[in-house]
Design a protein around this ligand. Structure first.
Ligand code: ZN
Length: 202
């Protein structure tokens, strides 16, 4: 397992068929996921396409996460928690400027910066990073459309596993936003499991 220390992130490649295993080691911690196609970085993970085709704002085991070109990028293989968010953008410096007035505009680590740093080696800039898949983030909307961000439901050791459906450049964070993580930002563990070559193909 690789560890993302609190309020950090990483970038890496996944080949089609590889698994990405994300573990909330301590419980109650969000991890933002974003990806682009390795063949053309103008193809990116699309919240809108995914929610449209699923007709559901919550994704779990066996669900596909689509690109802006309507091709599957990930399939969810395993989901111990069952509650994630795909409606909100990754926290950014401006998020903290606007929603954390007590910081008085102080510099704050953010998922957008960490995702952009992770994807920079692949030529992806922060302007290309849209809505992230926010693993373990607990967001719900009431009848008036008011959105609520509650502490994650994830328990220590909860796993979330996706299988890459194409070759991808990926970035993953341990979310930096205190208010999304029960007040304390914690680490996230992850592993890449290469595709199993099971016997001769036919
Ligand atoms: Zn964040």
């Amino acid at each position: 397992m690789n560890r993302l220390e609190p309020q950090t992130g990483a970038g890496f490649e996944l080949k089609e068929g590889d698994l990405l295993v994300v573990v909330d080691t301590t419980g109650g911690q969000v991890s933002d996921l974003f990806a682009v196609s390795a063949d053309d970085t103008r193809e990116w993970l699309s919240s809108g396409r995914t929610i449209d085709y699923a007709n559901c704002i919550y994704q779990t085991t066996n669900d596909l996460l689509y690109s802006n070109r309507s091709r599957p990028m990930f399939r969810i293989i395993e989901d111990d928690c069952g509650r994630h968010d795909f409606t909100l953008t990754p926290c950014s410096q401006q998020t903290f400027d606007l929603l954390y007035p007590e910081l008085h505009g102080e510099r704050h680590p953010s998922c957008l910066e960490n995702l952009a740093t992770g994807l920079a080696p692949y030529g992806v800039t922060d302007d290309q990073i849209g809505t992230s898949f926010n693993i373990f983030m607990n967001v719900w909307t009431d009848d008036n459309g008011i959105m609520h961000i509650d502490p994650p439901r994830s328990k220590p050791g909860d796993r979330f596993v996706v299988e890459a459906q194409m070759d991808l450049f990926v970035a993953l964070t341990a979310c930096s936003a205190e208010k999304s993580n029960g007040g304390i930002c914690k680490p996230v563990d992850y592993a890449i499991v290469p595709r199993q070559e099971d016997g001769p193909s036919t």
